[in-house]
Design a binder for this molecule. Sequence first.
Ligand code: MG
Length: 350
Amino acid sequence: MQIDVKLFTLKKRFPLKISYGTTAQTTNVWVKILHDGIEGWGEASPFSAGGDALTTEMIYSCLLEVAPTLAKFSPYERHRIEKVLIEANIISPVRAAIDIALHDWFGKSVGLPLWKIWGLDRSTIVSTSVTIGINTPDGARERVRKWLEYADVRVLKVKLGSSEGIEADKQMLLAVRDEAPSKEIFVDANGGWSLEDAVTMGKWLADLNIKYIEQPLAKGKEASLAQLKAKQPLPIFVDESCFTSLDVPDLANSIDGINIKLMKSGGLTEAMRMVHVARAYELQVMFGCYSDSALTNTAAAQFSPLADYLDLDSHLNLINDPFCGAVLQSGRLFPNDLPGLGVQYRATSA
Ligand SMILES: [Mg+2]
């Protein structure tokens, strides 16, 4: 099989500020696998998960190095390819792009969308949340208004863990809730709280009917999660603390769910494994995203009937997404009936 790689830059409508930085645009990599006259597509996005960043440069150079070594494989050898890439310590976004492209190729080769190959029921897909980044209370209100004008949004994920402390978090959360009183609200602190702050916030947010808190403590502070779980009532999801299924067993007793992202897991193969391992520990699962285009979010939408919560909104905040695929209907992101991922290229204006 032949692998082509190409860079493309995505610009955000609203820059996103979270506890460890602000992003206005990213350059991602489009991976194409060509074999037997069929093209499979995948994407690799740069990200930072509370530790060292995986940059576009790292991803691109790794892909250029790896691509020729995979020429000897057939796209049907997905598990063997995954093993070879893991043994070579290839970074997760590169493995993700290849694995997503192999799935797309396979779906196209048999003429079926992935959700159908997996026997999944699209009617069980839950609403996707859209993200309100760290902001002033007035700025947050404005973002909520803009989101509601722009898309049929049912659920908001509010980023807390402000460097100005939990009083600033509280003021922002109250502003969002006041602006959208009928919307469900989830909270993601991106590791921005101390244990003490997280206990205080968990209790305070529970009184406001918030559904869960995500990554309350920084990556590396996992030993304190059990204490946090015991001292406040809200379910705890981890994101930065959980990359693959191997991370789940040690965390399982101190959390309630995991946020699975294709760029962390290294693709759909491992993401599916994470779902099953999490279920074996009676944990809930959420699917999330980084600065991904519609290509990666459509890949996640393909197995989204398996998720309790969905946060696949990054492509909805782009002004020049070159891809289209899964469509937002009544707040839910539905994969289409086209084979593979069902992702198509479109001309962009920006
Ligand atoms: Mg998160």
